[in-house]
Design a protein around this ligand. Structure first.
Ligand code: MFK
Length: 558
């Protein structure tokens, strides 16, 4: 007698099957841009749900390998990527995943073009988005640096579509003193008698160590402590003969997830490096990189949510329990709907940020928009990362025990997602960054006007409570900031996370409301409306004016 075996979940073309992506692009993009990029999205969607997804499953058990010595006793520190990553690198270069925003074929829409492709590519390539994010961040940092020599040397490689010419870049910031308080960095920079700079120190978490170049921070001798005393340096990892640039790979990290990413501990022993601009203000000077990698983080987070939901939805049609497919069970459908509403909000929030980055690249941000962009980058990263972990965790539960079994490929989704709230600034570090962005500028009134203008688009009465919730949550956040400021800095700091996440969820809801009205009017589709109503019910307003963060007594001992 044959025993039962469950049909596994499958993916189809990840572009054609994505109602959210297609509907967003139809609203946001001019027709000529849509027509120009659609064939690329179709192709990437087919790859991501077909051959690349199959390759990913076959590559599941592989990991990068560090070989420290060759057979003859020479130190080589060679890191071999897995086959999936080798293919991902070729594909990323050929499809222009870094080149697109620098070629700027579609002007200010080039970032939407790039990140729509990245959103499809990322969940089938096991966090190859990590080296790509750093590469994009380095390209942008060099582009705005004014350092002609470095731009001419590195940019043609970073933005190449030819895999033989393509370089990736590392972002070597974290030291054993910590990843958040970068000003504590201990790496020293010394100038040779012949004027060349050499770096000495230990970098503790250098992702994708195989990159051909890196941007890093080091303290020129005699400089003060703190972030201002650091300088931003450019280095190439190998010399023209292929030898390592006076650095050694001590070991690869043993991580919870992102296991395809060869994250290393490095010792710099006189590594030749070039100052990018100036010999101080390193934290400030590397911030263009952070703002790009935080955008990649947000796109990656929504792409993982999308992948988890795509698998869970397909499975719901196949898995029969208690007499019917899960897709016919009201509670299961309700659970999936809640996940989808979170994804809809996170997606619109992320691509709103992507649009702003595109306008920033094109020099089109006006008036208070640069302040708003500065505020939104940490808020969107923090909000979407938290949503991603929650949604992917819920998706695993949709598979019951199978979601906990490694060779389904599902647990890896959760382990990889858990990095999104941690790297590129933890939720708390980014919440404090958002407070600094608000304090230094007109960002908060600009944010309020943005929310107001978005919900003002809503005419359908079914959107009125969601619109009201968005406006109300913003008002509460604003009142909290005034009241907390009057109470003192401890009160402000204690509530920073609730403040930042309230802003993130508020803008997500307001963007959903705008899209829902458009979709009702032009597509005759009520699914975005359903997402707005559901997301509003999940809780948007996480803070009240009297939130003093006074619960620290809860932690008293005894
Ligand atoms: C899948 C995609 C993801 C790919 C990931 C790739 C893997 C990479 C792995 C990693 O490297 S993870 C490590 C990433 N590290 C971080 O994200 C650092 C987290 N910590 C912070 O962000 C802290 O807030 C910070 C280090 C910035 C605090 O340091 P400081 O020295 O206290 O900075 P401060 O005083 O806040 O800012 C110094 C200057 O920089 C200020 O300018 P002024 O000197 O003119 O006043 C700030 O305004 C400016 N600044 C800081 N952050 C900025 C910024 N300017 C613009 N944008 C920002 N984000």
């Amino acid at each position: 007698m044959e025993t039962f075996s469950q049909t596994p979940p499958e993916l189809g073309n990840q572009y054609t099957q994505d109602r959210l992506l297609r509907s967003y692009l139809a609203r946001a993009l001019p027709d000529d841009v849509s027509a120009g990029i659609e064939p690329q999205l179709m192709e990437m969607g087919e790859l991501a749900g077909g051959p690349l997804y199959g390759f990913q499953k076959a590559d599941r058990g592989n990991a990068p390998i560090l070989t420290s010595w060759d057979a003859w006793g020479n130190r080589i520190d060679h890191v071999e990527h897995t086959p999936l990553w080798r293919a991902a690198e070729q594909l990323a270069a050929q499809r222009g995943l870094i080149a697109i925003p620098y070629e700027r074929t579609h002007d200010e829409w080039s970032r939407v073009h790039q990140f729509a492709l990245v959103y499809l590519f990322t969940p089938s390539t096991d966090v190859y988005s990590c080296p790509l994010a750093m590469t994009d961040g380095a390209a942008r940092t060099l582009s705005v640096s004014g350092n002609r020599e470095l731009m001419e040397r590195a940019l043609p490689h970073l933005t190449s579509r030819d895999p033989r010419q393509f370089w990736t870049s590392g972002q070597w910031m974290t030291e054993s003193t910590g990843g958040s308080d970068v000003g504590l960095s201990e790496t020293r920079a010394q100038q040779d008698a012949d004027g060349r700079w050499r770096l000495y120190g230990r970098k503790w978490f250098t992702s994708a160590v195989n990159s051909q170049m890196a941007l890093t921070l080091a303290r020129p001798e005699g400089n003060p402590t703190g972030g201002k005393g650091l300088a931003l340096f450019y280095l190439e990892t190998h010399d023209a003969g292929g030898a390592l640039n006076n650095l050694s790979v001590n070991r690869l990290k043993d991580k919870l997830g992102t296991r395809k990413v060869p994250t290393a501990e490095l010792t710099l022993q006189g590594t030749l490096a070039i100052p990018v601009y100036g010999l101080s203000d390193g934290v400030k000077n590397i911030s263009p990189m952070l703002n790009v990698t935080r955008t990649w983080n947000s796109v990656s987070a929504v792409s993982y949510m999308r992948r988890a939901i795509a698998l869970a939805r397909d499975y719901a049609g196949k898995r029969v329990a208690f007499g019917a497919p899960l897709a016919k069970k009201p509670l299961h459908v309700d659970t999936l709907a809640g996940m989808q509403a979170e994804l809809d909000a996170a997606f619109h929030l992320t691509f709103f940020l992507v649009e702003m980055l595109g306008r920033e690249d094109a020099g089109m941000l006006r008036d208070t928009e640069p302040d708003l962009w500065r505020l939104l980058t940490p808020i969107v990263k923090a909000t979407t990362a938290k949503q991603c972990v929650a949604v992917v965790s819920e998706a695993l539960e949709c598979f019951g025990g199978a979601g906990y079994i490694e060779d389904t490929g599902l647990p890896m989704l959760l382990r990889d997602s858990q990095v999104f709230p941690i790297w590129e600034g933890t939720t708390n570090v980014l919440s404090l960054d958002a407070l600094r962005a608000v304090a230094a500028s007109a960002a908060l009134p600009a944010f309020g006007k943005c929310v107001h203008d978005l919900v003002a688009c809503a005419r359908d009465p079914r959107l009125s409570s969601a619109s009201h919730e968005a406006q109300h949550a913003f008002t509460d956040a604003q009142r909290w900031l005034e009241a907390a400021t009057a109470r003192g800095t401890e009160s402000v700091e204690a509530g920073a996370r609730r403040f930042a996440l309230t802003l993130g969820r508020t803008l997500g809801l307001a963007l959903l409301v705008r899209h829902a009205q458009w979709s009702l009017d032009l597509e005759g589709d009520a699914r975005a409306l359903a997402a707005a109503v559901r997301f509003a019910r999940h809780g948007v307003d996480l803070i009240a004016a009297d939130d003093g963060g006074g619960e620290s007594g809860l932690l008293a001992l005894g």
